[in-house]
Design a protein around this ligand. Structure first.
Ligand code: GP9
Ligand code: MN
Length: 431
């Protein structure tokens, strides 16, 4: 088992990228607020329905001169959905080929996750979510990841009158108001993750909270999406103005990400209508997997960054911005701001996107033009495609080996203190 690790360590070492001197350590010591946009896709950015912006607050944030916004950033989740997104962002490991790694390995595996790493840099770490603590086995997994606090549903005084018919927990506006009471009391610097949920399949929303007309694709689980997305946008807008009033906006790095697609690729007819196309190809469906990724901080050199990347790349990107090296970490991402990135984005099923080609649904395309190609008729393309596929398969296999073999128990990065789960308890003290 331990020697399985040596192959993986060598692969990861070969995956290292050069530090970007402009950004490395730029946000050192700042608070971090990671805002999880549930089921929120990139196509919604600057999207209008009958001339009305669906997400004006997020659009403004996306185009802010101090926001780094990535427009070729993909979700890479498997069956674990939100849990896979959390696993990738906090550990730099993929979810597993089936099931949820958080559920199957979160309780007992050894991880070297962002909360533990930042804890050991003097940060207080806290997760916030309006659902019960056990969903996706978060309560146990967060102890393995070293979260100091996990404010789940029982912590919120409005928990029971904010329940929402999707059954996953509180409506975002009410959750965020209650959560901010805890956030403002966290010792600084803190690392926090705030998980929303209202913009969730099947995208129902009570009429008094709906502020935009449904779309007219005639697909009943699609047409409410713009309403719950706009509600999420308003929730974010309210939260952002609270951050500004509380002063936290000025000394925090605010990170936004969409965790995975909202409208699955099975809704091809509806997707075509939403995107004004007659039909959608596998090329369109690959790009449908794009989700937003944005990083804002006062004075940060912002702009739209076109590098091809995904959720697996977030951990090194954030830690490097905080001046924390990941050279000794076993993680599969590459800093999105590095200048020598491979720009290969593996999907959990072995498909992938790169800056030059993409493979999706068994078809191959030129990434920038959408031209369909047949590698058998193009030796140069075939060589690149075969090498990319080999690399993607290796990365996914190695990540699965780490998860299923719990291989990190055989390795402690230099300077990292092993996490002791017994040091953490998230029970709300009664009273
Ligand atoms: C559950 C919420 C939804 O607490 O995070 O998770 P998802 O269904 O998107 O995985
Ligand atoms: Mn989700």
């Amino acid at each position: 088992k331990a020697d399985d690790l040596n192959k993986i360590k060598n692969y990861v070492k070969g995956n290292k990228t050069l530090q970007n001197a402009t950004y490395f350590g730029k946000e050192k010591g700042k608070n971090v607020i990671v805002f999880h946009l549930e089921s929120f896709q990139q196509f919604l950015m600057d999207y209008k329905v009958n001339g009305v912006e669906v997400t004006p607050n997020l659009n403004k944030f996306y185009h802010d001169q101090n926001t780094l916004s990535f427009d070729n950033f993909y979700n890479e989740v498997g069956q674990g959905k939100t849990a896979d997104a959390e696993m990738m962002l906090e550990t730099g490991l993929f979810g597993t080929a089936s099931g949820s790694a958080m559920v199957n390995y979160g309780t007992s595996n050894t991880y070297q996750a962002v909360p533990a790493i930042l804890d050991q840099q003097g940060y207080t770490t806290a997760a916030f979510h309006g659902d019960v603590a056990s969903f996706w086995n978060r309560d146990n997994t967060y102890k393995s990841w070293g979260y100091d606090y996990f404010f789940s549903k029982p912590y919120y005084k409005n928990a029971n009158n904010a329940d929402y018919n999707i059954g996953y927990g509180m409506k975002d506006k009410i959750f965020l108001k209650d959560a901010s009471k805890y956030l403002e009391q966290l010792p600084q610097p803190f690392y926090s993750k705030i998980i929303t949920v209202t913009n969730h399949y099947p995208y129902d929303l009570d009429s008094q909270n709906a502020s935009i007309a449904k779309t007219k694709t005639n697909d009943k689980t699609v047409d409410g999406y713009v309403q719950t997305a706009r509600y999420l946008d308003q929730s974010f807008g309210e939260f952002l103005s609270w951050l500004k009033k509380s002063g936290l906006y000025d000394n925090s790095m605010i990170v936004l990400y969409g965790d995975h697609y909202g409208i699955s690729e099975n809704h091809k007819a509806a997707i075509a209508k939403l995107t004004g196309k007659d039909s959608v190809s596998d090329y369109d469906l690959a790009n449908w997997q794009k989700v937003p990724f944005m990083v804002h901080a006062p004075g940060l050199k912002g702009g739209i960054n076109h590098t091809y990347g995904g959720e697996i790349d977030v951990m090194p990107t954030l830690l490097h911005l905080l001046g924390v090296s990941t050279d000794n970490d076993i993680q599969f991402g590459q800093d999105l701001l590095a200048t020598n990135r491979r720009q290969v984005v593996p999907f959990r099923n072995g498909d992938w996107v790169s800056a030059e080609y993409m493979k999706y649904g068994g078809n191959y395309y030129v990434t920038t033009t959408g031209t369909k190609i047949n590698p058998k008729e193009d030796p140069r393309a075939k060589q690149i495609i075969d090498a990319t596929q080999k690399d993607v398969d290796k990365m996914l296999t190695y990540s699965d080996d780490v998860q299923t073999g719990d291989l990190l128990r055989f390795y402690t990065p230099e300077g990292f203190k092993k996490v002791n789960r017994k040091d953490y308890s998230y029970q709300k003290a009664s009273g």
